[in-house]
Write a protein that binds this ligand. Structure first.
Ligand SMILES: *Cc1c(COP(=O)(O)O)cnc(C)c1O
Length: 361
C-alpha cells in the first residue's frame, strides 16, 4: 500500500476547540466548512459533538452532509442561503443561516415558516465582502424582529485583518460593529481565530474559530500569547521508496531545478502535488526524516518528491518523512511555499486520512 497518510489527531482537535472557547469566554461555533479545512467534516463534527456549542459551514450542501451523518448540534450556514427555495430545507433540517443581503431579508419576510428561523444578521463592518451596511443592518433588524417567523437573532460581523497585530483596522471594525448594534437585542459574534489568539479586547457571545481548531497559528510569525498552546491536528507523512546517489553537477528531477553541489544521496518520497503538497515548494523546504530535520530538493512531481539524505546516513528505503505536522508546522511551511496555512490542509487529496483518538507516539 502506498505509504502516504494524513494522520488526524482528534484529541488535539478537541483540545484546540476547548482553548478557543476558553479564550472567547462564551459559546464557540466550530468552523468546519470546506470539509473541516481538509480534515474531514463528519469525523471532526463527531469528535467535537460532545463539546461544541454548534458548527459553522459555508452552505446548505455541507450542512446536509453533517445532518445525514447524524450530527444534531446547531449548524450555521456562514455564507447564508443562495435562493429562497432553501428556506424550507433550512427549517426542516433545523439549520441557522447568516443573512447578509437585503434580498434575503425580503425572502424571509415573504416566507411562511413552520418553526422560527434562527438568523445571524451580518454587518459589513469593513471587510466589504458579505454583510449589510449600517443602515441596512439596523433596518433589517427592526423588520425581522417584528416577524413571527424569526427567533431572536445573533448579530455578527467578520474581521478582515485580525491576523495583523499592528493594524488599526480591527479596532475600527470593532467600533463600527458597536455602533451598528447599539441598543439592539441579540447575542453578538465577531471573533475568528486570529481575533481569539491576538485581540483579547475583542470578545463576543459567540466566537467562530476555524484555523486554530486545526492547530495552526494565523498570527505566525508574530508571537501571539497563545501560540504555544495549540496542538497540530494533521500530520502529513509518507516514506522513502527509493534512494539514489548522484554525482556533483548532476541534475535532479523535472527541469533540473536542483543540481547537486556535492555527491548527493537522494531519497524519493511517495508524496506529490496531487496529494496536496505544494508544487512550488523550493529547494530547502523543511521536512522531518525519521524525526530529524531535513530538506526537500528538486521540483515536486505529481506523485513523488525528493529529499536530501546526504546528511542522514541511517535513513533509507522505508524511512518516515513528515511533510507537515508538529514540524514543520503549517504556519512555518506556508510562507516558504508562497501559500497560506489555511490552504495547505484544504488542498489534501488522494492521501487517505487516518483518524487517531490519541496523540501519535
Ligand atoms: C471561515 C470563517 C470563520 C473562521 O475563520 P478562521 O480564520 O479560520 O478562524 C469565521 N467566520 C466566518 C464568517 C468565516 O467565513
Amino acid at each position: 500500500m502506498r505509504p502516504a497518510q494524513a494522520l488526524i489527531d482528534l484529541e488535539a482537535l478537541r483540545h484546540n476547540y476547548r482553548l478557543a472557547r476558553k479564550l472567547g469566554g462564551g459559546k464557540a461555533l466550530a468552523v468546519i466548512k470546506a470539509d473541516a479545512y481538509g480534515h474531514g467534516a463528519v469525523a471532526c463534527a463527531r469528535a467535537l459533538e460532545q463539546d461544541a456549542d454548534g458548527f459553522g459551514v459555508a452552505c446548505i450542501e455541507e450542512a446536509l452532509e453533517l445532518r445525514r451523518a447524524g450530527i444534531t448540534r446547531p449548524i450555521l450556514l456562514l455564507e447564508g442561503f443562495f435562493d429562497a427555495a432553501e428556506l424550507p430545507l433550512i427549517v426542516e433540517h433545523d439549520l441557522w443561516t447568516a443573512v447578509a443581503s437585503p434580498w434575503q431579508v425580503e425572502a424571509i419576510a415573504a416566507f411562511v415558516s413552520a418553526a422560527p428561523l434562527q438568523l445571524w444578521l451580518k454587518l459589513d463592518s469593513g471587510m466589504h465582502r458579505l454583510g449589510l451596511t449600517l443602515e441596512e443592518f439596523r433596518a433589517a433588524h427592526a423588520r425581522l424582529s417584528a416577524l413571527p417567523q424569526v427567533a431572536p437573532m445573533v448579530l455578527m460581523s467578520h474581521l478582515a485583518r485580525a491576523d495583523e497585530l499592528d493594524s488599526p483596522r480591527t479596532l475600527e471594525q470593532l467600533a463600527m460593529f458597536e455602533r451598528a448594534i447599539a441598543g439592539l437585542e441579540g447575542e453578538t459574534s465577531l471573533c475568528n481565530s486570529p481575533a481569539l489568539l491576538g485581540w483579547p479586547q475583542l470578545r463576543s457571545d459567540w466566537v467562530r474559530p476555524g484555523l486554530m481548531l486545526y492547530g495552526a497559528d494565523p498570527l505566525y510569525p508574530q508571537a501571539g500569547p497563545h501560540a504555544g498552546e495549540l496542538r497540530p491536528v494533521m500530520t502529513l507523512q509518507s516514506r522513502v521508496i527509493a534512494v539514489r546517489e548522484i554525482a556533483t553537477g548532476e541534475p535532479l528531477g523535472y527541469g533540473a531545478r536542483f543540481v547537486a553541489p556535492r555527491p548527493t544521496r537522494v531519497g524519493v518520497v511517495a508524496m506529490g502535488y496531487a496529494d496536496g503538497y505544494p508544487q512550488f515548494a523550493p529547494n530547502g523546504t523543511p521536512v522531518l526524516i525519521d524525526g530529524v530535520d531535513g530538506a526537500l530538493i528538486g521540483r515536486v512531481s505529481m506523485d513523488m518528491l525528493t529529499v536530501d539524505l546526504t546528511d542522514h546516513p541511517r535513513a533509507g528505503v522505508g524511512s518516515l518523512v513528515q511533510l507537515w505536522g508538529d514540524s514543520p508546522t503549517l504556519s512555518e511551511l506556508a510562507p516558504r511555499c508562497n501559500t497560506s496555512a489555511y490552504r495547505l490542509p484544504c488542498s489534501l487529496k488522494r492521501t487517505p486520512r487516518v483518524y487517531l483518538q490519541q496523540q501519535p507516539s
